[in-house]
Write a protein of this length. Structure first.
Length: 111
């Protein structure tokens, strides 16, 4: 049976394709998964995390990179992170329209 970590690595292979640094990226992902296994005593739980969790991680990456000095391609990296955040916000907007969070919102939308 395929482990969660294997699923994540296999998914990364799908998106990395012939990426210039694909093997290095894949090894980095595997290293992070291995660290998580040790730190939390189990593989990454599949299906546990929400869109909001991933969005917070991207926001953190934006903050970290913003604070770095002399980082090559800093503006390009920050723009890519903003692009990702815009995608996340679009998804959240779509979900908000489809599934009101509470009955008061649902009642408001049904008017």
């Amino acid at each position: 049976m395929e482990s969660t970590n294997d699923k994540i690595i296999n998914l990364s292979k799908k998106f990395l394709g012939n990426a210039k640094f694909g093997i290095i990226i894949q090894k980095g992902l595997q290293k992070r998964l291995d660290i998580g296994d040790i730190k939390f005593g189990q593989p990454m739980p599949f299906g546990k995390y929400r869109l909001e969790d991933a969005k917070e991680e991207i926001e953190d990456a934006f903050i970290y990179i913003s604070s770095m000095k002399n980082l090559p391609m800093k503006n390009e990296i920050l723009q890519k992170l903003i692009d990702l955040l815009n995608i996340f916000m679009s998804i959240e907007e779509e979900k908000k329209d489809e599934y009101p969070r509470n009955t008061n919102q649902r009642a408001y939308l049904e008017r």
